[in-house]
Each structure stands twice: as C-alpha cells, then as structure tokens.
Design a protein around this ligand. Structure first.
Ligand SMILES: [Zn+2]
Ligand SMILES: [Zn+2]
Length: 365
C-alpha cells in the first residue's frame, strides 16, 4: 500500500484563476504534493497533463474540468469531472445527461460545493447544488475551501482578515454538507468524498493594498486528499493516471487538513475472518468486523455508523471497535489549531454489508 497526496479543484488562467499550469505545478512541488488536478470552468484544457520536475522533485499534473450550465441563473449545479478524455461542457444543460455521458466516457463525476452560501456584499450568489434527483455520479466534494470562506465572512473586515491570515479560515466541512453525505450513504449509495481547494489565487486591490487572495501555495498546504494505492506510482502518465483516478472514484482515500499537522499516515481499516478492507471498500459482517484507526499524532477521534457517532476517543493515536452491526462506517478527527477545535481528518467510509445482502449481490454476478 502506498499513500500519495493530491490537491484538486484548481482554476488556472484558462478560466478565472490567476496562474498558469506550470506555475501551479511549481507551487505544488514546493508544497511537497504528489499530484494536482486542475479543473477550469467548462473547458478541458489540452496538452498540459504530465509530470513536471522542479529542482529534482516531480509532481504529476492531471486535467479535469468543472462543468455547469452558464445560461442558468443563478449558476448552480457545478460538477467536477475527471478522466473523460473529451470535452463535457456541451452536455451542461441537462445534468443527468452530463453525468451519464461522463460515465460512458469512463470518467468520474463529483458534485462540487454541494452547499455554497451567498455572499451578497461581494456579489456572490448561492451556488449550492440543486439537482438532487440525479443519480449515477461518483461522489461529492465534502470540503470546499471557497464555500467555507463564504460561510465565515460576515463583513468586509472579515474578508480582509482572512485574506491576510487564511490559516484562520478552515474549520471543517460544512455541517449541512456532512448531513447530505450521511443521508446519501444511509440510503445505500456508494458516494466517495473528496476535498477541493477551489483555488483561484485572485489578485485583489482594496485602496493601496494589493494582495493575492489565497495563493495556490496556501491551498496546497491545507485541505488535501490522501490516496491509498495498491502500488507506488511508476512515473508513467497513463498507468499513474489510471491508478489515481480509480482510487479517487472508489474512495480509497481520506481528506486531510495538513496545516495544523501532517495527516500522512492516517489509516482506517476493517478486518473479518476472511480478509481486510480499506476506506472505500466493502466487507461482509461474517461473525463480526473489527474496525481499526491509526492517527499520525494525538487528536480527538470519532467513529460514525450511518451518520451517528458510535464511539469517541478524546486524546489518542489509535482506536478500535468490534461491530456486529452492518452499516456505513467512517471516521472524523479533530485537533486544536490557532485557538479553536478544527476538523483535521475525514475518512471515506468502509461499507460493512450484512452476509445475506452480500451473498445475494454476488448471486447476480
Ligand atoms: Zn464551482
Ligand atoms: Zn471552482
């Protein structure tokens, strides 16, 4: 098993971001990331994917896109799309058709910023997801850097404060978004979660003050995805791209807020008499399943089943729980940072299926 770090939902100057792909790759390399995925609005930028090397350190840049129907007002229903190999923006007017087209192209789709409040003083509309009747998407963006900013800024002074001290901003996924995810999971769907920066690195001026708001470098040290791959990356674009996008779609990953402390090394696994499962996988209950958690440093830890907390640890680096109850199990860890309790790690779930359900599913194969 190999852990790699990945930052996604990044805008370049092909849409409303300020940086070039090369500049962004350099910032990612300096932050020590392994992979980044750029997602410009309604354009699949060609010819930028590949390994970029800076001072002997390589970073893999992949290109997806963020699709939404621009004629719609307000412009809701943003979908992050990865791995399609062809432009998807033409399908934007009908969200279900868009999702279907992504699937049939071998790609994956994630509902971007499911809850994204308005910020009228800056002319920002509420651009939450509305099309909840759709099906067939891969997952949701559980933690979005820009939605969270909109949720904490109450006036212009707040905006200036967070522009200069972005490290004070992040607290965790929005509670409404967590609730939506838990409800989708409890409904029986497999829904992978990702964390997205929504990085733009905009240049703003307020009187004599000129500032790059939330530079790429900042985002790359903050909310990242940590993928668990069966094998190390090879340095081969086609192979590595396939392995990364497949792990992301399966949810073999966790979201880590790496600014308070590195989240590298976190593990959540399940074990029964027949074998093991990692985040994103299914396991049958058999006579009981042991769930195990390992944190890279001390923190508050919670184990949830179908959205309810089943066990809590206050100050720990490990947790274990034996269950005989089927359900969708996931883990949250919180830590103290800059005087506040903040979300630190949000795992993808392990799906503990009843023996009966699983055997029945297998019978159909
Ligand atoms: Zn968006
Ligand atoms: Zn975006």
């Amino acid at each position: 098993m190999e852990e790699i770090s990945l930052n996604l939902h990044i805008h370049t100057h092909y849409s409303d971001g300020s940086g070039s792909h090369e500049e962004i790759a350099r910032a990612a390399s300096e932050a020590g990331l392994d992979v980044i995925i750029t997602t410009d609005h309604n354009v699949l930028v060609d010819g930028k994917e590949g390994y970029y090397t800076f001072d002997g350190r390589r970073v893999l840049l992949l290109v997806g896109e963020e699709v939404h129907f621009q004629a719609r007002h307000p412009q809701k229903n943003h979908l992050l799309v990865f791995g399609t190999n062809r432009e998807m923006a033409t399908f934007a007017p009908d969200v279900q058709n868009l999702i279907n087209q992504v699937r049939s192209s071998g790609g994956s789709s994630f509902i971007a910023h499911p809850i994204d409040p308005a910020l009228p003083m800056f002319g920002e509309d509420d651009i939450s997801w509305e099309a909840w009747s759709v099906h067939g998407y891969t997952g949701i963006e559980l933690w979005n850097g820009f939605s969270e900013l909109k949720s904490v800024v109450k006036n212009k002074l707040d905006a200036i404060w967070y522009a200069f001290f972005p490290q004070y901003m992040a607290h965790g996924p929005l509670p409404q978004t967590l609730k939506i995810w838990d409800n989708l999971l409890a409904g029986g769907a497999k829904v992978a979660a990702v964390g997205g920066s929504d990085a733009h690195a905009l240049h703003k001026s307020l009187g004599p003050i000129h500032k790059t708001i939330f530079p790429y470098q900042f985002h790359f040290s903050a909310v990242n995805n940590h993928l668990i791959l069966p094998n190390p990356l090879r340095g081969d674009l086609a192979y590595d791209r396939g392995a990364i996008l497949s792990a992301l779609a399966r949810g073999n990953s966790f979201i880590g807020y790496d600014l308070p402390a590195s989240t590298r090394g976190f593990r959540f696994s399940a074990h029964n008499l027949r074998g093991n499962a990692i985040m994103g996988d299914e396991i049958t209950l058999e006579d009981g399943v042991t769930l195990q958690v390992k944190l890279p440093s001390n923190a508050e830890l919670r184990l949830l089943c179908d959205g309810d907390v089943v066990k809590e640890w206050k100050n720990t680096t490990t947790g274990a729980h034996i269950t005989t109850r089927p359900g969708v199990y996931r883990v949250e860890a919180y830590t103290q940072f800059l005087g506040k309790r903040r979300g630190w790690i949000f795992s993808n779930p392990i799906y503990v299926r009843s023996n009966k359900t699983h055997r029945r599913t297998n019978d159909y194969k």
